[in-house]
Design a protein around this ligand. Structure first.
Ligand SMILES: NC(=O)C1=CN([C@@H]2O[C@H](COP(=O)(O)OP(=O)(O)OC[C@H]3O[C@@H](n4cnc5c(N)ncnc54)[C@H](O)[C@@H]3O)[C@@H](O)[C@H]2O)C=CC1
Ligand SMILES: O=C(O)C(=O)COP(=O)(O)O
Length: 587
């Protein structure tokens, strides 16, 4: 499975590989030395741990591209042990993917796939810090969840579960299980997203008057299916039935509680197919016992599975199911394929359309920016190595010179790769599109961006990129701009990332290897002298160029080298009398 050249670095910790690794080359700190290990599992395939039951179609797809370990019902300890050998993890709602999992992975885990919608069981902050992409399967179980919501609504209204249990117990209690009708009653849908809107559509079909509360849903989308968008207060105070279809977030946690139950229509009936945590379960018990809430139908619970003597589950006015909202054959096949495609794509360095903790960048943008992504990282690496140790990098400006209008140029990838180039050489973290901004902020590096709009041809997305570091001392004085900042500029020339300016000096050197910069008084023979010293040590020179301010004045020679010259060789170059300063920059 070929990987897009260079793009896997968006998510992996590729280090100094000259040919793109199909899968991440994993860096392990070992006795304070860095040993590059190829630990991509048997036969060069990544290893994917499937920790909860996944539809066979998804498993089959994964097995085409990876070693698949299906291990269910793992304890936290077992999961943390296994995860250190895995490149990806697939879960549903039953596995808590906390910070301990990412810490145990020690940077190897590149993708967590959630085969469903809700990602509240994944510590997104920790995932981002560790550069691990989180993807989900947001659509394949929508109908299943909506149908389950309607099933619970109708079963609750007609006491189906209770009546079923009683008849199975040999009783014939018709009057006890008289229910209520739905037609003409008001249903309030809290959360008018994919599931909520499908529930609303179906409830309309049952003759219900449907209102919805969702601060982020457009009113016209609700009106389009005959649903009225109302405030939270109107929703909970006028509804005969309330159905919950919102994510568990800090804002929605215990949204239904003693105060809100007290403001509801007495005898209201509650359906929850979202997350247990959106209801204060103790308050619901009190509301049921007091009669404020007549009935509840619950598919989800704060703690799953609920404890055996859970009072809500045992309550006679509660209809309960064990988190079955997505449990249909069709939905499980659908989420399995959806998440398998997303995980395999992400391991290939492609951006999944269902990335939860990284910006979505369309594949066509990725393709067009590919050489500029490499250029951006190299410029970051160059610039930071010019900083005198101890200067402290805190203010970096990236300038994109382009004939495209700002709206037609997505620079998020480039920003991430400049950060990667700036910080990886001076730290032990690996950086990718997922965690770049987090790591930069954590290290106090402020990245500003500006666009230089040119009036050339918009055919090429970018004319050049500059990286400027302010408030630092430079190891190479010639890299300083008029305002005393370290400034390097690069372009993509015939598809090759190239250094084209250092400070005030124009140069032209491919950034495919490492770079030696020398400043000398412009004079004949310098290229030959330096080239000869490098040749004596069998260091291959890929590019050589001299940039000067004026003939006979100062000049900067930029030399691209495939190998790292020895200290002795570099000293010989520095000892050339005409050379006033030089620096070796490892890329
Ligand atoms: N029981 C089960 O098996 C299943 C449960 N779910 C749960 O249902 C939830 C919704 O799923 P989808 O509709 O696919 O997600 P979605 O993201 O399409 O819709 C969620 C809606 O909630 C709204 N929302 C967010 N905060 C809100 C607030 N404070 N007040 C009102 N509305 C708010 C959002 O604007 C959005 O429209 C998921 O987050 C998941 O937790 C989803 C599928 C299956
Ligand atoms: O998709 C969701 O949010 C769900 O709650 C489905 O949960 P499950 O994958 O069935 O454990």
């Amino acid at each position: 499975m070929a990987t897009p050249l260079g793009l896997s670095s968006l998510f992996s910790s590729r280090i100094h590989t000259t040919t793109p690794s199909l899968f991440p080359i994993h860096r392990k700190e070992f006795n304070r030395r860095r040993i590059i290990l190829v630990t991509a599992g048997g036969g060069g395939k990544p290893t994917i741990l499937v920790a909860e039951k996944l539809g066979q179609a998804g498993i089959d797809l994964l097995k085409k591209h990876a070693n698949v370990d299906c291990s269910y019902d793992l304890s936290v300890e077992e999961l943390c042990t296994k995860i250190s050998l895995c490149d990806a993890l697939i879960v549903r709602s039953g596995t808590k993917v906390g910070r301990d999992v990412f810490e145990s992975s020690r940077g190897r885990l590149k993708v967590v796939g959630r085969a469903g919608v809700g990602i509240d069981n994944v510590d997104l902050a920790a995932a981002t810090e560790y550069g691990c992409l989180v993807v989900n399967a947001p659509t394949a179980n929508t109908v299943a969840a909506a149908e389950h919501g309607i099933a619970l609504l109708t079963a609750m209204a007609r006491n189906v579960a209770q009546a079923d249990a009683s008849i199975k117990a040999g009783k014939w209690m018709r009057s006890k299980y008289v229910g209520v009708s739905l037609v003409g009653k008001t249903l309030a849908v809290l959360g008018f997203g994919k599931v909520g809107s499908e529930v609303a559509r179906r409830a309309r079909g049952l003759g219900m008057h449907v209102i919805t509360h969702d601060p982020y849903a457009p009113a016209d989308r609700a009106r389009a299916i005959g649903v009225e968008l109302v405030s939270f207060e109107v929703a909970i105070s006028t509804a005969d039935f309330i159905s919950l279809h919102l994510p568990l977030t800090a804002a929605t946690s215990k949204m239904l509680n003693d105060e809100t139950f007290a403001r509801m229509k007495r005898g209201v009936r509650i359906v929850n197919v979202a997350r247990g945590g959106v209801i204060d379960e103790d308050a619901l018990l009190r509301a049921l016992d007091s009669g404020i809430v007549a009935q509840a139908a619950l598919d989800v619970f704060t703690v799953e599975p609920p404890v055996k003597d859970n009072k809500l589950v045992l309550h006679e006015s509660v209809t309960a199911t064990p988190h079955l909202g997505a449990s249909t054959m069709e939905a499980q096949e659908g989420v399995a394929v959806e998440i398998a495609e997303a995980v395999v794509g992400a391991l290939r360095g492609e951006l999944a359309a269902t990335a939860v903790n990284a910006p979505m960048v369309p594949p066509e943008v990725l393709r067009e920016l590919k050489p500029y992504v490499v250029l951006a990282e190299k410029l970051g690496r160059l610039a930071v190595q010019l900083v005198t140790g101890g200067s402290g990098v805190d203010a970096v400006k990236v300038t994109y010179a382009s004939s495209r209008s700002p709206d037609d140029l997505d620079t998020r990838l480039l920003r991430a790769m400049v950060i990667k180039g700036l910080i990886e050489p001076i730290s032990s973290v690996f950086i990718n599109l997922v965690n770049s901004d987090y790591v930069a902020k954590q290290r106090g590096v402020k990245i500003s961006e500006e666009r230089m709009v040119l009036d050339g041809s918009p055919e090429d997305p970018i004319e050049y990129i500059t990286v400027t570091i302010a408030n630092v001392e430079s190891r190479f004085a010639s890299a300083l701009s008029e305002s005393g900042e370290i400034k390097v500029e690069g372009r993509v020339k015939q598809g090759v990332p190239s250094l084209t300016k250092v400070g005030l000096f124009g140069v032209d050197v491919s950034l495919e290897g490492s770079v030696i910069l020398c400043r000398q008084v412009d004079q004949p023979g310098m290229i030959g002298k330096v080239g000869g010293i490098l040749g004596d040590e069998n260091v291959n020179v890929s590019f050589m160029s001299v940039g000067r301010i004026a003939p006979g004045k100062q000049a900067v020679m930029a030399i691209g080298v495939d190998e790292q010259p020895s200290k002795e060789t570099l000293k010989k170059i520095g000892d050339i009398s005409a050379i006033e300063e030089f620096v070796f920059l490892k890329l």
